[in-house]
Design a protein around this ligand. Structure first.
Ligand code: NDP
Length: 528
């Protein structure tokens, strides 16, 4: 069956604004279809009035029963009669729960009469609606998805639809795998709810789904995780997605505030590559990380080609590669963490860490640190966590003389002995060594933005101050440093350079730096 383009459907869930106005707004925003959630709208007279008007867009009529997450609490016979009555207006599509369809001869007869399913001999061929049979699970994405999709596929529905609550992106990928397998032979809608399901809403188009739901504006969602049409189009490259699109994403917990989708999707657009970059929240445990990686590795046809790895999975990524015999770069091995996973054409995975490279590139944007000028320089690093490890390793490689100060001194001691630098008690940071100071602690990170790892008065004029924190872009430490006439480097500069290095690892071409930088200037990315 030739795949029809995936439609953008906008749900309408209230009659607070006139329904016709809402349909018009949906069309203006780029929707192909509108779902009338009659159970939520409640105002039946308004629905019938809309259905009597000429169609601006095809409509899905849904009167969802409470047992499948809807708001219809009335009598079941009344609900079925309503579906039939509304169906006579030929909205285009009628959505009924598969369980109701299978259980109720009344539904099969009445809704069947207004839908385009197998007809009795001699019946006239008047136009009817397409039947959507749906399944909803608001508790979980159960282990046996095959059984659910097989049951849907055995019905006479024109379109089958299944929606699941997802614990994390692993469930989202399992749903996508069903969509990938079912959509070529049957118009299919397969979605996971919530933040974990955002990838299913975006990638619906890659796998040829019948539709995905989106809203014309923020706040219009009928289910958690629905993006806006503008987000799908301008951020997630909706118009470019197709079967060959390669998929990249950020793995972490949480990933809601990640800037990576902005930067990497802008880069894909600027480089004119057939790819998309999506948020992939994976729960914090090692088993959760491993489950996700095993899921995407077992389904190469899903097209996952690379990941940015963020908290708390950088060490899990290294462990996973070690267990599978994956290639690990020297910088990643040295700092004990992987922030970039790369899938090779033969399907194997490799890991690298671009944090150290990104930090040094950021520092080298200052004339006094450019080129080889870090060699022999005394540098003080606050913190001994994952980022400190990556930056200290890169600084040592560049020939700098590094001292680490950390709240938990044993951690500083371990880092110093492993990477071959000095360490000193946390209190000694007030008299930090040298004239380059790098904050690798999380002190000052949003939302506790008035904290600083070093009292303002301890900053010596003439110091170069680099704060790795980029949310907010201007930390209290950076503000205080500017006020004392220090040269400053922001965490955003490091973020951009490490993202450029990731792009180059995945795509093997120079990163479009200007487009990546420009993507961070959008209002969406400056909310923090
Ligand atoms: P970790 O959790 O591994 O390390 C956190 C560090 O902060 C530890 O050294 C910890 O000390 C210290 N710390 C935390 N709270 C305090 C406190 N109240 N007082 C003193 N020290 C404290 O985190 P990461 O190394 O992964 O990340 C560190 C920062 O780097 C993040 O906040 C993030 O903003 C930034 N980052 C920037 C990136 C960029 O591209 N610009 C990329 C990734 C991260 P202790 O050992 O005593 O607990």
């Amino acid at each position: 069956m030739a795949a029809a383009p995936t439609l953008l459907a906008v749900p309408i869930t209230s009659a607070e604004l006139p329904l016709a106005e809402q349909v018009q707004a949906a069309r203006a925003a780029g929707a192909d279809l509108v779902e009338l959630r009659v159970d939520c709208i409640g105002d039946l007279a308004a629905v019938e009035a809309l259905l009597q008007q000429p169609r601006l867009l095809p409509l899905i009529v849904t009167v969802r029963a409470a047992e499948e997450g809807g708001s219809w609490t009335g009598d079941e016979a009344e609900r079925i009669a309503l579906l039939e009555r509304l169906g006579l207006h030929l909205p285009g599509y009628i959505d009924v729960e598969c369980a109701t369809w299978q259980r109720s001869a009344n539904v099969r007869q009445k809704v069947g009469l207004v839908c385009d399913i197998a007809r009795h001999e001699g019946e006239n061929a008047r136009p009817r609606n397409q039947l959507i049979l749906s399944h909803h699970d608001f508790k979980e994405t159960p282990p046996d998805l095959d059984a659910i999709f097989d049951r849907l596929a055995a019905t006479p529905a024109a379109v089958i639809k299944a929606v699941f609550a997802a614990r994390d992106a692993t469930d989202g990928c399992r749903v996508l795998e069903q969509l990938r397998r079912r959509a070529p032979t049957r118009p299919t809608i397969a979605l996971a709810l919530g933040e974990a399901g955002v990838c299913t809403r975006i990638l619906a188009k890659k796998f040829g789904a019948f539709l995905t739901f989106a809203t014309p504006h923020t706040g219009g969602e009928s289910a958690p995780g629905q993006p806006t049409i503008a987000e799908l189009r301008s951020l997630y490259r909706w118009d470019h997605l197709g079967p060959a699109t390669r998929v990249y994403g950020v793995l972490g917990w949480p990933v809601r505030h990640s800037l990576s989708p902005f930067v990497h999707n802008a880069a894909l657009t600027a480089a004119d590559l057939d790819g998309v970059y999506v948020p992939l929240p994976v729960r914090p445990g090692w088993d959760d990380f491993r489950a996700f990686m095993e899921c995407v590795t077992a389904s190469p046809a899903l097209g996952f080609a690379g990941f940015s790895v963020t908290l708390p999975h950088k060490e899990h990524a290294l462990r996973w590669l070690d267990e599978r015999g994956g290639a690990i770069s020297a910088p990643a091995r040295r700092c004990g963490a992987v922030n970039t996973l790369i899938r090779r054409p033969d399907g194997t995975w490799g890991g690298d860490n671009t944090d150290g490279r990104g930090a040094l590139a950021a520092l080298r944007t200052l004339p006094e640190c450019a080129g080889d000028q870090l060699r022999g320089r005394i540098v003080s690093v606050l913190g001994a966590g994952g980022v400190a490890r990556a930056i200290v390793a890169a600084l040592c490689d560049a020939g700098a003389d590094v001292t680490v100060y950390n709240r938990s001194e044993n951690r500083a001691q371990r880092l110093a002995s492993e990477l071959g630098c000095r360490h000193a008690p946390w209190a000694h940071r007030l008299h930090y060594a040298g004239n380059i100071l790098i904050n690798c602690t999380s002190v000052g990170l949003w939302p506790v933005v008035e904290e600083t790892p070093l009292p303002d008065e301890a900053l010596r004029p003439g110091t170069t101050v680099f704060d790795t924190i980029y949310q907010p872009a201007e930390t209290r430490l950076v503000r205080a440093a500017r006020a004392r006439g220090c040269a400053v480097v922001s965490g955003l500069e490091m973020f951009l350079h490490q993202a450029e290095a990731q792009f180059e690892l995945w795509h093997g071409i120079a990163a479009p730096s200007d487009a990546m930088r420009a993507s961070l200037a959008s209002p969406k990315t400056s909310v923090l």
